[in-house]
Design a protein around this ligand. Structure first.
Ligand code: NAP
Length: 275
């Protein structure tokens, strides 16, 4: 008899994670056997937990805050993109016993952009990336990978942006935080990767006068779905893409690998997760 596959998500805290709802929705929609379990794991139990899960039938786990960097030291193999980003959000338990770490955040970011803005052309012009935190690394890696010619990067803490430039090279150009608003008009793609504008966080105050029709604007913050950046961009005729799709698309490769079917991200998926 084939074992029922188990997967899950590890973080601390974990109650905020939308992944269990997402995976349960897909398992039910495709009538697949399997379970997806949220796990709140203490830092000193992390490694032992990750190593023991395969014995209990786990085929893999997603990793969320605060462990995305730490699991890189636990994995036996690390994909090139996870190495470049410096963090992993997926661990795959291979049949040979080795743990493979990967990062699908950048994949999710690009798939979301392509789905929400089908006419988006990465080569059309420079991108503005606002923020240089953990998520920005995945966004920048993926934008460079699909051929964005230049990335203008700005962050409140300049040092963090400089570090990203050192890691990603000359196609990334760093600007002072006070310049953020002035950079908008020269870019084709605008991305907010800061937590500004998120429910419970300070508002997003970057001046947006430079926004114009034809630009593609996306915010990776997804609570609320329509942030001030997206609202203003929409009013100025830009194509806007909200951040929920990034979260949904990053889960696609893991689900396919663990449960054997490539899930579709559609309106039903969004509704199920937001319910
Ligand atoms: P992080 O590593 O903590 O980075 C936070 C970023 O926000 C940094 O650039 C930080 O600038 C900036 N920031 C925070 N408070 C600020 C303020 N008051 N003024 C100016 N800048 C400020 O967090 P992260 O993991 O990158 O996540 C960032 C956001 O993306 C969060 O809202 C998270 O929920 C969202 N996210 C969404 C997805 C998705 O699937 N849609 C995936 C991952 C993350 P400093 O460097 O100056 O502190």
């Amino acid at each position: 008899m084939t074992a029922i596959p188990l997967a899950g998500v590890i973080g601390r805290p974990i109650s905020h994670s939308w992944s269990p709802r997402l995976f349960s929705h897909w398992l039910k929609a495709y009538e697949l056997p399997g379970h997806y379990i949220p796990m709140d794991i203490a830092p000193d139990a992390l490694e032992a937990c990750i190593r023991r899960l395969p014995d209990m039938g786990f085929v893999g786990v997603n990793i969320t805050i605060p462990y995305k960097e730490r699991v890189m030291d636990i994995a036996d193999m690390i994909s090139d993109r996870a190495t470049l980003i410096g963090a992993a959000n997926v661990l795959i338990y291979r049949e040979d016993g080795r743990i493979h770490a990967d990062n699908t955040d950048g994949y999710g970011f690009i798939q979301n952009l392509r789905q929400g803005a089908p006419d988006w052309s990465p080569q059309a012009g420079p991108a503005l990336v606002i923020g240089a935190g953990g998520a920005a690394r995945a966004v920048i890696a993926s934008l460079l990978d699909v051929g964005v010619p230049k990335i203008h990067l700005t962050n409140r803490t300049r040092l963090r942006a400089d570090k990203l430039r050192a890691d990603f090279g000359n196609r990334v150009q760093v600007h002072d935080w006070v310049q953020a608003g002035n950079l908008v008009e020269d870019c084709q793609t605008i991305v907010n990767t800061t937590s500004l504008g998120m429910t419970g966080k300070p508002p997003f105050r970057v001046p947006l006068d430079g926004l114009r029709s034809g630009m593609v604007v996306t915010d990776i913050v997804y609570t609320p779905l329509k942030t001030r950046l997206l609202d203003e961009a929409e009013q100025r005729g830009c194509t806007t893409v909200d951040g929920l799709g990034m979260l949904l698309h990053q889960a696609v490769p893991g689900f396919e690998r663990w449960f054997g079917r490539r899930p579709v991200v559609d309106e039903d998926t969004r509704m199920a997760v937001m319910a």
